[in-house]
Design a protein around this ligand. Structure first.
Ligand SMILES: [Mn+2]
Length: 367
């Protein structure tokens, strides 16, 4: 098990690479889409209704872009574990089944080939129209630390998704008179299936793992669009579409715990045993849909030590990153939150063998 830190585009600096290394991380997960022009709306003020920004000028990341990223991370003594999320501009019509779909698929194939050549081992993605939407921010976490919640305060979950917007970002100008976006669950699964059938073989040849993030929040529907992976079993459905090590999971423990149904420890063991985990979002939460909030890593409903025991038992060799954390009350609230999470993770992983036997192993062995 390895420890990494996720960094947004504006955070991919020598200072932040040094911060990651100092906190004990050996890996970086990089976002290349500029979602919010430098400010994380989950920890700063700003409203999600205004959208996260405009990506309509984004052009496909090139081999040179990704090679430079890999080299910069290596120069800091770290390794690039993954790039997280495509720019909505690259695949809006794959998500929407729009007129540019086939051209966009060819673009993503080129991006994946170039990523493999550049030494990017994994690309995380989230096959979602509404994206991360419907949350509020408040003093929900320990000590009134500001964190993100769902169902904590009223939010219009049916707010229409305007034409030209997916994933909270504008990818082109709206067409006058266009209806708001809508999509059923069957439509979304069909679009995902076609995406995987075309892209996974390319990823496999390129030595890249495509890692699917579940729907955060895992509601049934948001903004008039169905959610896809909003139950643990739907990860199995996704993996079943193409049986390949390149059809992998971006296993978000927080999102998994927010879902109704099942025991997270059994699910994590099954996914780890499948060998299909690209990397793990190691975060904690209290509650489930329709009401939950994000917590400090040691303070939620998930027993994180038990997760590490399970990953140890199943010989998981991949990367854990903190995902998001509550903001701490100091001048460097983002960094302090991440440093706390990284220290906790480092202690668990370093002492994995001393954590003793897993509580849930006996139940699995008896099957
Ligand atoms: Mn996540």
């Amino acid at each position: 098990m390895k420890i990494g830190l996720g960094l947004y585009r504006e955070q991919l600096t020598a200072d932040n690479f040094a911060f990651a290394a100092q906190a004990g991380a050996t890996h970086v997960v990089a976002h290349l889409t500029s979602y919010f022009k430098g400010a994380d709306p989950k920890i700063s003020s700003g409203t999600q209704d205004a959208g996260w920004g405009d990506c309509s000028e984004d052009s496909l990341w090139t081999f040179e872009d990704m090679s430079a990223l890999v080299a910069n991370v290596r120069a800091a003594g770290l390794e690039l574990a993954a790039i997280e999320n495509f720019s909505p501009r690259f695949w809006s019509d794959i998500l929407l089944d729009g007129p540019e779909r086939d051209r966009q698929i060819e673009g993503l194939k080129q991006l994946v080939r170039d990523a493999g050549r550049a030494g990017v081992p994994c690309i995380g993605y989230n096959f979602s129209l509404a994206g991360v939407y419907g949350w509020t921010r408040g003093p929900y976490a320990r000590g009134n630390a500001h964190s993100v919640g769902f169902g904590m305060e009223p939010v219009d979950q049916a707010l229409p998704l305007p034409d030209g917007v997916v994933w909270n970002m504008r990818y082109r100008q709206p067409i006058a008179g266009a209806a708001p976006v809508s999509a059923t669950s069957d439509q979304m699964w069909d679009r995902l299936r076609r995406f995987l059938l075309e892209l996974v073989p390319v990823a496999e040849a390129a030595g890249v793992v495509l890692a699917a993030h579940p729907d955060d929040p895992p509601a049934e529907q948001l903004r008039g669009t169905a959610r896809l992976v909003n139950r643990p079993e739907k990860f199995d459905r996704l993996m079943g579409i193409v049986d390949s090590p390149s059809n992998g999971l971006e296993l978000c423990l927080g999102t998994l715990q927010e879902m109704p149904g099942g025991d997270i420890y059994d699910h994590v063991r099954r996914f780890a045993r499948s060998g299909r985990i690209g990397y793990i979002h190691f975060r904690n939460v209290k509650g489930k849909v329709p009401r939950y909030y994000e917590t400090f890593v040691d303070d939620g409903d998930i027993d994180m030590a038990e997760i590490v025991r399970i990953l140890r038992d199943e010989d998981y060799r991949g990367v854990l990153i903190p995902d998001h954390t509550p903001a701490m009350a100091c001048a460097a609230s983002w960094h302090a939150g991440k440093a706390f999470a990284l220290g906790y993770m480092k202690a668990l992983v370093k002492n994995a063998d001393a954590l003793g036997p897993s509580r849930s192993l006996a139940a699995v062995a008896a099957e």
